[in-house]
Design a protein around this ligand. Structure first.
Ligand SMILES: Cc1cc2nc3c(=O)[nH]c(=O)nc-3n(C[C@H](O)[C@H](O)[C@H](O)COP(=O)(O)O)c2cc1C
Length: 309
């Protein structure tokens, strides 16, 4: 997720409960081809312990996709995922979900990315405007012999404003089995955590993967095998925030992301306990990781516990 799953937050999630596969934030091929690394602002930074990890790229120029996919291969990624689902205005000028309306470019982009020699997958939506677009669009993608197809079970028009269409999963599995049994199928949309995902896998045999997006904002342990809600939950969340601060500092030079960008994460950790909203409010006025640490340590000292770090 853009501005969320960078190298820092992926390491937080890995500590809380790692997914089986990591994806980077999406990075624009054309931007990189024209302006180099500064255009993608640290989106492809990773560390060697993040394995397997797939680079997510987007764009509307197959030539640029080819060059960028080759760059991703040189960086040591394990696969290339092409985003064909982003509804943002800035993305649909040339790529993202706009490719649903330009299947010939989508097909060319997949072929171009494959020349890098890595497994190529696609992440998309059911359609652009109407749900019934899904059969033709998904069939087109399945005919490209891709490694994995991730479907966010909504249309571009629906954004994330309606419940994901889980009712279509059996029909989508049937189409995949018919056209491309070798292509893995990953389901995305309104899946809260690993337990929920596994329930869907059990309910709909044929699903190969589960992708969790916003669930991580509700529960940083979303990928953990068992979600624990103990009386120590607050303590565990605060310790995870401390870890996030350390990771942010360690990577600050490399990622060059301003301190302000950390603030969107506070609500993940500071929740569901007495005084949480007051603490969040105070944290929003901090200007450095040390100020955050000080406030968290004070909360901890008030509770009369061992210091967190
Ligand atoms: C802040 C934010 C950033 C996102 N960035 C990306 C992205 O870079 N690439 C992508 O494929 N999807 C991106 N998404 C979409 C999610 O991956 C996911 O498809 C969507 O949120 C639906 O899944 P969910 O109901 O589990 O959240 C983003 C979503 C959010 C909320």
């Amino acid at each position: 997720m853009e501005a969320v799953t960078d190298v820092v937050f992926r390491h937080v999630v890995a500590r809380a409960g790692a997914p089986d596969l990591f994806f980077t934030e999406f990075a624009n091929a054309t931007g990189w081809v024209h302006a180099g690394d500064k255009a993608i602002r640290g989106r492809l930074i990773k560390t060697d312990d993040e394995q397997p990890i797939v680079a997510q790229i987007w764009g509307g120029e197959p030539g640029d996709m080819e060059a960028f996919a080759k760059h991703c291969a040189e960086l040591g990624f394990d696969g290339i995922d092409i985003n064909m689902g982003c509804p943002a205005k800035s993305a649909i000028k040339s790529g993202g979900s706009a490719l649903i309306l330009k299947p010939e470019i989508a097909v060319a982009a997949i072929a171009a990315a494959k020349t890098a020699g890595l497994p190529v997958s696609v992440k998309t939506r059911l359609g652009y405007t109407r749900i019934d677009e899904w059969k033709k669009w998904i069939a087109t993608l399945l005919q490209q012999d891709i490694a994995n197809l991730t479907i966010h079970l909504r249309t571009k028009k629906e954004m994330s404003k309606v419940p994901a269409h889980h009712e279509l999963i059996p029909d989508i599995i049937r189409l995949r089995d018919e056209l491309a049994p070798q292509t893995l199928l990953t389901i995305n949309g309104d899946i809260s955590d690993r337990t929920h995902g596994l329930k869907l896998v059990h309910q709909f045999p044929g699903i190969d993967g589960i992708m969790i997006g916003r669930g991580i904002f509700q529960n940083p342990f979303a990928f953990a095998p068992h979600t624990t809600h103990t009386t120590e939950h607050k303590q565990v969340l605060l310790a995870l925030l401390m870890h996030h601060l350390d990771l942010y500092d360690n990577h600050a030079e490399q990622t060059a992301r301003p301190f302000e960008t950390l603030k969107r994460f506070f609500k993940i950790y500071i929740r569901d306990f007495d005084g949480a909203s007051d603490l969040r409010e105070q944290l929003m006025h901090t200007t450095s990781t040390d100020e955050v640490r000080e406030l968290i340590r004070a909360v901890d000292a008030d509770a009369g516990r061992q210091p967190l770090v």
